[in-house]
Every structure is written in structure tokens, then in C-alpha cells.
Design a protein around this ligand. Sequence first.
Ligand code: AHM
Ligand code: MG
Length: 340
Amino acid sequence: MYINRKVLTLDEFTIQQLRNFSSATGELSSLLRDIGLASKRINVEVNKAGLVDILGEAGHTNVQGEDVKKLDVFANQQLVGVLKHGISCAGIGSEEIEGVEIFNDEVSNNSKYVCLFDPLDGSSNIDVNVSIGTTFSVYRRLSAVGQPCVEDDFLQPGNKLVAAGYVIYGSSTMFVYATRRGVNGFTLDPSIGEFCLSHPDIQCPSVGTIYSVNHGNFFRFPKGVQQYITACQKRAVMDGGPYSQRYIGSLVADVHRNLIKGGIFMYPSLTDQATGKLRLLYECNPMAFIIERAGGVATDGSQRILDIVPTTLHQRSPFYGGSRDMMEELSGYLTNSDMQ
Ligand code: AHM
Ligand code: MG
């Protein structure tokens, strides 16, 4: 078997980054390694999802007599487990858990980060073999190190993020994370069980030809969004032709594609749900942080996603994000008050 030893693994890369900072303690590298480990375990179970009918339904006992858990519950347990037993995280917030979980042991109380995640996003796609993902946000805690962390440590705007990322369980499994220094992507090499640097310094193209939105909601969108979508469809051939509409219904997969190819993703407010669907702290913020670090733009229609000051753990926000020039064109439609 050929192994390319020149390709950096996720661990090697984060440690290399660390060497550039004399004051760095390695806690962030350790936290990313923990999330990487959990995501490898999640990946193994996601790949077996189609076997659930053979091995046993979720919530039942399989043929080996083991309890079969729903995948999103399993994913949550893996992430909570690695972070709780690791040395870098004082507590977590998760889409699967109502309140924050404060670890409150000696090592965790001395950790400087808190983490929020959606363990398995797009879970309605699991049963039909479509890409799903994990999203995560990392904040430096505000409360004093040495004490248990507190809920306010989690309620920070995205502009305070130290790092954010996602894992996509797709045709291959990728771990993408961003810090203030940029965005890098790592593909899981199953032969060695390591994430290997495959997409260094990801830059979102400033223009693209893809718009991603749930078209079924068209008549529930603000008028400006309807007008923008119609403009996407009416683009003249001389302007590069109409854009392509691509919507997977998995935030991670839709954003990942647009990040690489150029495009715009929208989950607008709806007439009967003004805040849209996506959760601010562990869905919108990590994606907005990554998009911005890659040179793109992300807003809720009127302000930067990353500037929204959260008040509750599971609050939702409309989300528009992607290629800079496409976002600028969209904002022309959204800022016109007749269009709202
Ligand atoms: P989930 O957290 O219940 O999986 O919902 C989030 C998902 C996103 O991945 C995706 O962008 C969106 O919901 C799709 O919603 P819809 O089916 O309304 O288009
Ligand atoms: Mg979700």
C-alpha cells in the first residue's frame, strides 16, 4: 500500500500552526483532535446506516443483542464523551440537549474553551443515503478559568469565535475548520484512519452560478428573496445564463459545495416563521465564520450573522451566505423596504 508521507494529517497541521505561536498552549489542537476522533466514530456508524433494518431498528435491540441508538443521539454522545474526557473544553451546548452541559471536574474547570455543536445536521437525509454533517463552534470562555463555566460563556456573538468547523459525511468524509488564520479542509483517508490535508487555504470564489434554497417555500419568502430568485432564473445567456439551483437539504453539504464552487445558500425568514429554521449558535455561526474566513459574506438579511448577539441557546436566524458578489446582488433586493 502506498502512503504519501508528505501529506499532513489534521494533528500534524494543527501542531504546525501551534509552533507559530510561542504563547499557544495546544488546547485548541487538542480540542480539534477530540472532535476529529468523535467524527471518525460517527462516520463509521453513518456508513452503516443502511444496515439498521438488518441489524435492528433504532430504539430496539439488534441481532447481537445491542441497543440500537438513533444516529443523532449516538453522534451527540460521541461528541460529549470526547470533550468531557478531553483537556480543553469546560462545557458544551448541543442541538440534542436543552440546556448547556457544564462538565465541572477539575480538568474541565481549568479548560479555556466551550464548544457548541449540531452532532448530526440534516438528519432527515440519513435514511436516503444523502450527505449529512456535524457543525461546531468554539469560544474562549468569559468566566474565570478554575471555576465551572456558565451559560453566558456560550451566548457570545460569532465575531468572538476562536474556531469553527464542520464534518461532511459524503462521498468522502471531510473535516473543514476555520480559525482567524484561514480555512483548511482534510479528507479522511480510510486506509490510515486519519484526516489528511486535501484542501489547504480554501477560498470561496467571489462569483458563482449556484443558488441553493428550498424552492417549496417560495411563496413564504420575503418579496425581495422572491425577486432575487426570479432574477437568478431570468439571467440572460449573455450574462452567463440562468444560475443552477442546487439544494440538498443538508446545510453542511450545500454550504460546502458553494464554498468550493462558488454560490449562495439561503434559508430566509418565512411568513409564518420570522426567524427561519436554522439555529444561530451551532448552525449559522460556524458556517458564517467559515464563509467569511474564506472571503465570502454571510448575513441574516440585514446584518452580519457574526454580529448577532444571542440571547438563548437554541435561537434561530434567517441565513444568507456565500460568494461575495452574489451576496452583494442579493442585498440590493433585501435592503429595499418594498421587498421585505
Ligand atoms: P435539522 O437540524 O433538523 O437536520 O435541520 C437543519 C437542516 C439543514 O441541514 C438544512 O439546511 C435545512 O434543515 C433544510 O430544511 P428544509 O427541509 O426546510 O429545506
Ligand atoms: Mg441541525
